[in-house]
Every structure is written in C-alpha cells, then in structure tokens.
Design a protein around this ligand. Sequence first.
Ligand code: FE
Length: 200
Amino acid sequence: MSTPARPESLARLDRLVAALIAKGIVTESDLVEAQARTDRASPEVGARMVARAWLDPDWRRLLLGNGAEAAEHMGVSMAGAPPLGVLEDTATLHHLVVCTLCSCYPRAVLGYPPSWYKSFEYRSRAVRDPRGVLAEWGTTLAAGCRVRVVDSTADYRWMVLPMRPAGTEGWSEDQLAALVTRDVLVGVALPRLPVALAAE
Ligand code: FE
C-alpha cells in the first residue's frame, strides 16, 4: 500500500511557515503558543463575561472600558493578542460583528470562528444587508432598533454585550451564561429564554 499524497495546500502552508520563520517574522514557538491559546479559548468564556456584566455594574464598566483586561481577569492570557473591544447593545442599537477582509475574531477569548463567519457570503452580506442576515438566524429586532455593523480587524477584535433578556430576574451567573451562545457574542442572535420558560 502506498501512502496517500500530502495535499498541495499543506505543502504550500509548510513553505509559507518556513519563509515566515526564515525572515524572523514568527518563531515556531509563537505558532505553537497561538494555537494552544485558541485551543484553550471557548465561547463559554465570553458568555461568562456577559453574564457577569448583567449582574455586576463594576465588572460591566471594566468589560466595556477594557475588554482585554477583563479577559485577563477571566484567566485568559491576552499577551500578544490584539485588543478586545466590547460593544454594548441597547434597546435602540444592535451590534453585528464581521471581518470584511478575512476572518479576524477574538480567538484568544472565544476560540476558533465558525466556518460561516469566514465565508465570502457572510463577510459581504453582513455589511450590505445586515437585517437580512439577522432574519436568516431568526433574529428580529424591535421597531426603531438600529443596526451597527462593526469590522473586526488585525488590530482590534470585537464581541457583543447583548441586553439581558426580560424574565431572568434573580437568575444566577451560571443560568445567565447558559443563554449566551457564540452566535449571540457575534451579534447574529439574541439571548433567548428556553421555550418552556418563555411561554410562562
Ligand atoms: Fe480578518
């Protein structure tokens, strides 16, 4: 049996990495650390940051003022990562995050972006027709709510601080965090109560 040929795309990646290392732009250990950091990250970290902001005004101020520092408080190492900005939704303003150029995403905090986030369709349509994109996620905004589309870039990454849903009074941080999904943190979805509760 012969060994299957290595895909050309991987061979190309090897050549690119070798060239970057040869030119002193990155080191092998930079790459290992960047990947390990993304492997450790998860939308659950962002969800906890949001839930805490719903409960604690001081934390909310920190989160909105310096997202990277807030992430460090959650045990995330932001060394070498771009700054993290946090976008505060209100009753009249909803935020949607996109990287129109490629796939910039707060990986250090939320981990790997979903494949749709990297797609040409999302990157172009999020800007051209944000309400149409939201509708496809089943996300309908209240009348009079504006949409602000924010570009994540190599220099600055963004996540959304959504509004706390009505009907969650007295909930614990764990219960609240469970409402905040990756899609909510990107802004394509809103935090939703489980159907059984929402019907009460
Ligand atoms: Fe990008």
